[in-house]
Design a protein around this ligand. Structure first.
Ligand code: NFS
Ligand code: SF4
Length: 660
């Protein structure tokens, strides 16, 4: 093992380093963190404990939008100072927040645009390797944006759909196509506020302009454009990414899949794909099944090739094909410490630069594949959708050579958690309604009669500033115990999968009402819906619940809430804000980039709700977070006049118990 201590200049036995079991509740990750320290290799957990977060930045009380600054304001006394240009704390915080939304929305939107590029070339016959796999979905999406499909062939419909969805990005005026899916009253509120997105590129551009030095200097006006941009992500870029992925690669249906580091196999060539766009991964799936490559692996002494996912494209591949998943964001470096990974191929987003060094230490080949993401020290092998297998075959070939020349001892934590994943909003509809009367009626009925108290979307990242996976698991346990049905995506879904909650058996942890529904349908109390762009599935489910009737007229009326208890990325802020703008009470953990007792804080945490939207909430404590969300759900039940039904249900239950 090379001695990396000298490179970083850090004492690896530093007393300040966290005990691995305080850093994470994921046993595999803890074991690998221990091993990394033994091996003298540094990963993000240790960097987080030795690098203190800047307190001024954490409060968003600084600005570096021009060279008269950077200006630092006083978070303790926020109105005591202004920037050199005179910018107030509210302007500075609103601008910083808005730029996080612009960046996060750009990530999802650019991802969606890549999917749309592929879709266009597939439809035009320029990419023979891919086809439209889900024609039913193609037709459903086309109908949902008002395309007449009667008498048209598949190709015609697809071409029209492409043209229509392109407007999501390039349109300069009007409303983006998926506004047709928004409940009427929610859309009316947005129109009144002037926050209906025209086109994602335009909204992001305008937001960047307005947050430039000396432009928009009213936090309320900045927040309006911030909402408009976030909505162009949730109901635009992200939704396009999800829908086109389903059309090209198939809409997920429930599938059993293995999660955790035990999915790596010592006697196989292990390839991890880590990233966000499904194209690379789909092509890799073809390559690892290529008979000549499988033969080559066997000739090198392996039992075969083992393809495994991580992070969001991993969550998509798990949902669509049951591909095993090795772990979430905070396990991506740790998994390399096993020494068992022959290659890791990455595309875009949430790829820690630290991977390059860890990969080097363990002799793992790290490949970047997307023109948007190169990493110093990684090998760049660009992936082209027009000849996808060229790149992925090459990655497999190099992985086999790494397998043959493995030098490191291998240590794989033998932990696997099997769960059920792949609950698309279409499937929830079908599952609850039955194949002949697929609808959201049963879900709404169970909410109205009080068996299900409400619905929560628990999503988002993991973050080494807090105990990895802990807040996700504690929050979800608390919610289901209180009869709240949980929908999940992204890294959060993986946290809960590792905790064993994505199984029908986990319904014994649910409250009596939710348990009854889960047992009747045979579903887990926690439904995994895929990657972070698949949060758009949660928006669609929410819209369908409103349109079904009985739970109010807008998304803001639903007994629902959202949370990202261990968030870290700007994408998470964009997601949070589009949920808030859509009408959802959304609670974040870890930290919130804002100074309390300021006008901007009041607007995000209260004012937006007065305007008919949702609102932000914050608590680092998962139990408190659950309490806040349940209180909100109960408030909404009361406003809908269905609070008594739940009391009735619980009383019946007590009777039934008594006479049982
Ligand atoms: Ni979402 Fe997916 Fe994970 Fe956070 Fe990153 S992988 S897009 S941003 S860390 S949930
Ligand atoms: Fe300072 Fe204003 Fe420049 Fe920001 S824009 S750095 S607050 S002078």
């Amino acid at each position: 093992m090379p001695d990396k201590t000298k490179d970083t200049g850090k004492d690896k036995t530093d007393k300040k380093l966290l005990d691995p079991r305080d850093a994470t509740i994921c046993e595999s990750t803890a074991q690998m963190l221990e091993k990394a320290r033994r091996d003298g290799v540094e990963i993000a957990f240790d960097r987080a404990s030795t690098m203190k977060a800047c307190p001024i930045g954490a409060d968003s009380a600084c600005c570096k939008h021009c060279s008269m600054g950077p200006c630092r304001l006083n978070a303790k006394d926020p109105y005591s100072k202004v920037g050199v240009c005179g910018a107030t704390i509210d302007t500075i915080m609103a601008r910083n927040f808005a730029r996080m939304v612009a960046s996060g929305a750009s990530a999802h939107t650019d991802h969606g645009m890549s999917m749309l590029d592929v879709f266009r070339d597939v439809v035009d016959g320029k990419i023979p390797d891919y086809q439209v796999k889900d024609v039913i979905k193609l037709e459903a999406v086309a109908r949902s944006v008002g395309i007449e499909i009667e008498g048209k062939d598949q190709k015609e419909i697809a071409k029209e759909l492409y043209k229509e969805l392109e407007r999501t990005y390039t349109q300069v005026d009007g409303e983006i196509p998926f506004m047709k899916r928004v409940p009427k009253k929610t859309l009316e509120t947005w129109r009144k506020q002037g926050i209906v997105p025209r086109g994602a590129m335009r909204e992001i551009m305008e937001l960047m302009h307005r947050t430039h030095m000396g432009v928009d200097q009213h936090y309320e006006n900045i927040t309006r454009q911030c909402s408009r941009t976030a909505l162009s992500d949730g109901w635009g870029g992200s939704m396009v990414a999800t829908e086109i992925s389903d059309i090209l690669y198939g809409t997920p249906v429930p599938v059993a899949a293995d999660v955790n580091m035990g999915v790596l196999k010592e006697n196989m060539v292990n390839i991890i794909v880590h990233g966000h766009e499904p194209n690379l991964f789909e092509s890799m799936l073809e390559s690892v099944n290529e008979p000549t490559l499988v033969e080559a692996a066997k000739a090198a002494g392996a039992d075969g090739i083992n393809l495994v996912g991580m992070c969001c494209s991993g969550a998509e591949m798990m949902s669509r094909h049951g591909i095993p998943h090795a772990g979430n964001f905070m396990s991506t470096e740790a998994v390399l410490v096993t020494g068992a990974v022959d290659a890791m191929a990455v595309d875009v987003q949430c790829i820690k630069q630290g991977l390059a060094k860890v990969a080097e230490c363990y002799g793992t080949y790290l490949f970047t594949t997307n023109p948007r993401c190169h990493i110093e020290g990684a090998q760049h092998l660009e992936f082209h959708e027009h000849s996808p297998k060229e790149t992925t075959d090459e990655i497999v070939i190099q992985s086999i050579s790494r397998f043959k020349n493995r030098k490191m001892p291998i240590d794989i934590p033998q932990i696997i958690n099997t769960g059920i994943h792949g609950f698309s909003h279409e499937y929830i509809n079908y599952m609850l309604g039955g194949s002949f009367r697929g609808s959201y009626t049963p879900l709404n009925e169970n909410i109205i009669n009080g068996r299900i108290r409400g619905v929560a979307g628990i999503v988002g990242c993991t973050n080494p500033r807090v105990k990895h996976d802990y807040a996700h698991v504690e929050l979800v346990k608390e919610l289901i115990k209180n009869d709240v049905l949980v929908l999940q995506t992204g890294c959060s879904q993986i946290s809960l999968a590792k905790a064993g909650l994505l199984t029908p058996e986990a319904s014994h942890l649910a409250g009596p009402g939710l348990r009854e529904v889960c047992e009747a349908v045979g579903m887990p109390p926690v439904l995994g819906m895929g990657s972070c762009v698949d949060n758009s599935r949660i928006l669609i489910a929410a819209a369908e619940m409103v349109n079904e009737g009985g739970l109010g007229e807008s998304i803001a009326d639903l007994p629902a809430a959202g949370a990202a208890p261990e968030w870290m990325s700007e994408k998470a802020i964009s997601i949070g804000h589009y949920f808030v703008a859509s009408g959802v009470y959304t609670v974040f953990g870890v930290t919130f980039p804002i100074v309390e007792e300021t006008k901007f804080h009041e607007l995000l945490f209260n004012g937006l709700e007065q305007q008919g939207l949702g609102k932000w909430g914050f608590s680092p404590d998962p139990k408190e977070m659950a309490r806040m969300m349940i209180a909100h759900i109960d408030k909404k039940r009361k406003e809908l006049g269905i609070d008594k039904a739940r009391e009735g249900f619980l009383m019946d239950l007590a009777d039934r118990r008594e006479f049982a």
